[in-house]
Ligand binder design. Structure first.
Ligand code: 4GM
Length: 247
């Protein structure tokens, strides 16, 4: 069972979201276990203080060492082998390759920041890795943590129905997904491409690969540069570019 321990001042955010859908089913089927730890429950003063003003001045508040570390330590008691991860704009940027590596762990202890940040000594002494979901700022780490949890859990054995659902996704081969169509055949004059109705599996495979390459090339030329295309892929992308430029 994959262990998820979340250190957060707002555990309700997780109860409301994770008990539904694919993740909710994985919890019910004992494929993952989620526990939440609120630093506020680990305070010792009567006001249950979790934050304080920053040394050196400046706006906002900083999460204090003691309650956050006590919460992390409590999570670690049962899950010594879990990796302690802090989601922060100052972390290494998450991608599908990193998500695949996380899915091979025994578990993760995810620390959610709030306010201006957390005391640096928490990072130095308790955090194994700092990760970011992208170059933007959120008011708390909870939504970034949900993104990481969702992306990792759907790769765990048994979580997605079909055996290959996760394998055939975008990014598995470094490319975007191909376009999908379902009923009806015509919508306001827009038709399903004929090849997808042909039953010719080889032609369908080539059409999908060509459009996966084309979509990636249009939106993310940097991704195309970063992967080594084989001869078939080079030819299909060339075909796509020529058709695109003649449009
Ligand atoms: C650190 C300090 C993660 C983190 C103060 C968290 C963006 C990301 C937070 C904080 C975050 C990200 C929480 N914002 N790009 N905010 O992964 O409030």
């Amino acid at each position: 069972m994959f262990q998820l321990d979340i250190v957060t001042l707002f555990p309700e955010i997780f109860n409301l979201t994770l008990n539904k859908g694919v993740i909710g089913r994985a919890i019910k089927n004992d494929l993952i276990e989620i526990r939440e730890w609120n630093p506020r429950d680990f305070t010792k003063d009567k006001h249950k203080t979790v934050d304080a003003r920053p040394y050196g001045g400046g706006p906002g508040m900083v999460m204090m060492y003691e309650p956050v570390c006590a919460a992390i330590n409590k999570a670690k008691e049962k899950h010594k082998n879990s990796k302690v991860i802090f989601l922060t704009p100052q972390g290494k940027q998450l991608n599908q390759a990193a998500v695949v590596e996380f899915s091979k762990l025994d578990g993760m202890i995810l620390v959610c920041g709030r306010y201006e940040g957390i005391d640096e000594r928490i990072i130095e002494s308790k955090i194994d890795e700092e990760w970011s979901i992208g170059d933007y700022v959120l008011s708390g780490g909870e939504f970034a943590t949900l993104v990481l949890i969702d992306s990792v859990c759907r790769l765990l054995p048994g979580v997605l129905g079909g055996k290959n659902s996760a394998n055939e996704d975008s990014f598995v081969d470094g490319l975007f997904d191909y376009p999908h169509y379902t009923r009806p055949e015509e919508i306001n004059g827009r038709l399903v491409p004929n090849v997808l109705k042909s039953g010719d599996h080889e032609e369908i495979r080539r059409w999908r690969l060509k459009h996966a390459l084309g979509k990636t090339w249009r939106a993310r030329p940097d991704l195309i540069e970063s992967i080594k295309l084989n001869d078939e892929q080079k030819m299909l992308l060339q075909e796509y570019i020529e058709e695109f430029e003649n449009l």
